[in-house]
Design a protein around this ligand. Structure first.
Ligand SMILES: [Zn+2]
Length: 376
């Protein structure tokens, strides 16, 4: 089966998270027909509310070098106003159009096809696949549970390549070698309600909160290395419990999101956020950590991937740690992780599409990388 046919089959599965609609089995059957050992693993949340189907697959019997591919088969909802049926996998003017073709059924199909082709020749090492079904909603019953399972079953690889859409303007121009960390913070401000004409009788929770937001958003974050963009804090939501014009609200809250480089950790940020509140009264904080910053320091891995990209596309990629978080933040605690895939221009949009030529070239890049990785 060629890459376009595999993409076609995957897009036709309406695998909007947490639905699977046959996507995981489609990948499992494709890999198993080529001799891969496959394990379909369903993980369920403690409260039983969420159940997600995932796939672990493996080929090879040498532990000398173990390379893992990470990908997800779930997609975000299609939304409205598409020019074509988002789940029909329409080909038009050299493009394949469909929900998830760029994020990331195209990348998934490309590394599966490349690996199936690669294992036809003998090689010394093992290829593993970690394919998950809930990347778009937090990865709890997906990569996080799959990694726990892999630790218990002794199959954590030495290196991982994530097939998420990392390219910018054209295929091959950007490799993600890590990502900033992300921390969500809710700031609660407790005051005293009152009539706005009587200032001595109330304490305005909203003004107190706004002053704090101005202070923390002007904080001078440390930036001691060039690996990461500057740490950035944004206020993303403001709430108050009052709609009357002459009532001063006793409670207000705000959400903040902090994207941070490795000068910081979640714990260090908690200290800063709370220390800056010391001169305010009535503030309290809830923290919702989303992941620490990480960066791949394996120069050999970066070099092999770069030269494969250059060989196929003629493009010399740059390394970046910008962009949103990915499942790499969970695997990076166990091994070095690098991320490379299709251009990201249409992801999560209507009429999501990729050039068919890019799909075919991505498969060639992964194939070339496999050869360089296993030195054959
Ligand atoms: Zn994705």
């Amino acid at each position: 089966m060629d890459i376009v046919s595999l993409c076609f089959d995957l897009i036709r599965c309406k695998s909007v998270t947490p639905a699977d609609d046959g996507a995981i089995d489609c990948v499992a059957e494709f890999l198993s027909a080529a001799g891969f050992e496959t394990r379909v693993l369903t993980f369920t949340s403690a409260d039983g509310a969420n159940s997600v189907k995932n796939l672990f697959a493996r080929y090879g019997n040498s532990g000398k070098k173990v390379l893992g591919f990470i990908g997800h088969s779930d997609v975000v909802p299609a939304g409205e106003d598409w020019e074509v049926d988002p789940f029909a996998a329409i080909q038009r003017d050299g493009y394949l159009i469909g929900r998830g073709v760029a994020d990331m059924k195209g990348g998934l199909a490309a590394f599966c096809c490349a690996a199936v082709e690669f294992v036809r020749q003998p090689f010394d090492g093992t290829i593993e696949f970690f394919i998950t079904g809930d990347e778009e909603i937090g990865s709890q019953e997906g990569i996080q549970s799959l990694i726990e399972w892999a630790v218990e079953n002794n199959c954590i690889p030495h290196n991982c390549l994530i097939g998420e859409p990392s390219s910018d303007v054209r295929l091959g121009d950007r490799i993600y070698i890590g990502h900033r960390g992300s921390l969500n913070v809710t700031v609660n401000s407790q005051g005293k309600q009152g009539h706005s004409a009587y200032p001595s009788n109330y304490k305005n929770s909203l003004i107190n909160l706004c002053r704090y937001i101005v202070r923390i958003s002007g904080y001078q974050w440390k930036h001691d290395n060039e690996k990461f963009p500057l740490t950035n804090l944004e206020a993303t939501m403001l709430f108050t419990n009052n709609y009357a014009q002459n009532v001063v609200p006793d409670f207000s809250s705000a959400n903040l999101n902090i994207r941070f480089g490795d000068d910081y950790t979640t714990e260090k940020l908690k200290v800063v956020v709370q220390r800056e509140a010391e001169s305010f009264s009535g503030l309290s904080f809830d923290f919702f950590p989303s992941g620490e910053a990480y960066c791949c320091d394996d120069d050999n891995l970066k070099k092999k991937l770069s030269s494969s990209i250059e060989e196929i596309t003629g493009v010399n990629p740059y390394f970046s740690t910008a962009g949103g978080t990915s499942d790499g933040r969970f695997m990076a605690r166990h091994c070095s992780v690098i991320e490379f895939g299709l251009p990201d221009a249409t992801i999560h949009q209507k009429d999501e599409k990729v050039k068919i030529e890019d799909l075919k070239n991505l498969e060639k890049i992964y194939f070339s990388f496999l050869k360089k990785y296993f030195e054959c």
